[in-house]
Design a protein around this ligand. Structure first.
Ligand SMILES: Nc1ncnc2c1ncn2[C@@H]1O[C@H](COP(=O)(O)OP(=O)(O)OP(=O)(O)O)[C@@H](O)[C@H]1O
Length: 262
């Protein structure tokens, strides 16, 4: 098992609960989505897995990542896991990328830190990482700054950096929400094939049922920081057990049919 989350809680500075009693497991190579409306606790749950909660928030319960208990761990114990055991791809690639640093140097950073690569070996590994996310002209991209390439290309670079050290778990937090729809489909296809080729586990965070059904077969539905349902996507779409899930499905279908009549 790569990830075992048991009774995870996240509390705010004033003690109010933001996430409560969330439990799930992921085996090596397994995929799961976290779905729910805005504010339901999807991102906080995914941040807690690598110990990256925003300042002032506290996690309780257990998160075992490749056997390491993350909740309460010292930062020193978590740094070797991030980018190596588990990596996160965020909604907005600019949060992961430094605007003032050449893209090649940013992809190089995890390769240097975790794998100790230097010189020509490092350059080759950066080139390979950029090629693997199907970026044309990796040499040019490596020399460019984030603002010099498109949003879709930036997300590809962020994915290259996240996957450069071959993590066992990829956490994708709304990875296509900030992108144009046409680019969205390409990025989803890329993630899907990389996860499959490398046998990675995937935790896919999204509010969009259409996107989720493209990426995973199972989902955990969150509402107000609690799990309301864990089921196959098929079951969620056809026979949602919880009234809230039914509502999510209904509004997704409404959106769909609104598009069809145009
Ligand atoms: N740094 C913070 N301090 C206090 N409350 C926070 C903080 N970050 C998030 N929250 C609150 O925690 C709850 C869960 O937030 P979270 O970001 O996990 O939701 P989400 O389901 O990912 O939604 P979205 O898709 O909008 O990001 C929300 O009510 C949010 O306002």
């Amino acid at each position: 098992m790569i990830l075992d989350v048991r009774n995870l809680g996240v509390t705010a500075r004033d003690g109010s609960p933001l996430v409560s009693d969330v439990s799930f497991r992921l085996d090596a190579g397994e995929r799961l989505s976290l779905i729910g409306e805005s504010g339901s606790g999807k991102s906080l749950t995914s941040f807690a897995i690598t110990g990256l909660l925003p300042d002032g928030l506290t996690a309780t319960g257990r998160v075992e990542l490749a056997g390491v208990q993350v909740v309460g761990a010292k930062e020193r114990a978590l740094v070797p896991l991030r980018g190596r055991t588990a990596s996160t791809v965020f909604q907005e690639p600019l949060t992961a990328l430094d605007p003032l640093m050449r893209l090649g140097a940013q992809v190089a950073e995890p390769l240097r830190r975790h794998l100790g690569l230097r010189g020509a070996a490092l350059r080759d590994a950066v080139h390979t990482a950029l090629e693997e996310v199907r970026l044309p002209d990796p040499e040019r991209i490596a020399r460019a700054y984030p603002h010099e390439i498109s949003g879709g290309q930036r997300q590809r670079v962020a994915i290259a950096a996240a996957l450069a050290c071959r993590p066992q778990l990829l956490i994708a937090d709304e990875p296509t929400t900030a992108l144009d729809v046409t680019v969205q489909a390409d990025i989803l296809a890329l993630l899907d094939s990389l996860v499959a080729e490398r046998g990675m586990a995937l935790l896919f965070v999204s509010h969009d049922l259409a996107v989720v059904s493209r990426m995973t077969e199972r989902a955990l539905v969150l509402r107000a920081g609690r799990v309301v349902e864990e089921s196959t996507i098929e079951r969620i779409l056809t026979a949602p057990a919880d009234p809230y899930t039914a509502e999510l499905v209904r509004s997704a279908r409404e959106l769909d049919s609104a598009l069809e009549v145009r």
